[in-house]
Write a protein that binds this ligand. Structure first.
Ligand code: SF4
Ligand code: SF4
Length: 79
């Protein structure tokens, strides 16, 4: 089950493929789609396996990825 979700800012992406290479869950795949720079774009193609580890964001040289971690909603105890 997904522990988080990522957002790829395509305007910043330079198509290096590091995000695909370093995601050990296989959540990211480079595609045939191209950016405004004519470079290949990645897709978050397998979101259900994302562990929210943050590795893709760490490895992206262009700071194009944000990682959002799901948090459990705590039950309210206030009366
Ligand atoms: S946060 Fe981790 S598991 Fe999720 S897409 Fe990025 S590298 Fe893969
Ligand atoms: S690591 Fe960053 S710049 Fe490289 S393909 Fe992925 S999103 Fe684009």
């Amino acid at each position: 089950m997904a522990k988080g979700v990522i957002q790829i800012e395509e305007n910043r992406c330079m198509g290096c493929g590091f995000c695909e290479m370093f995601c050990n869950k296989g959540c990211i795949e480079m595609t045939d789609r191209v950016s405004q720079f004519g470079l290949p774009l990645p897709d978050f193609s397998n979101p259900e396996d994302c562990s929210a580890c943050g590795m893709c964001a760490w490895m992206c040289p262009h700071v194009a990825i944000e990682v959002y971690k799901y948090v459990e909603k705590s039950s309210s105890t206030s009366n």
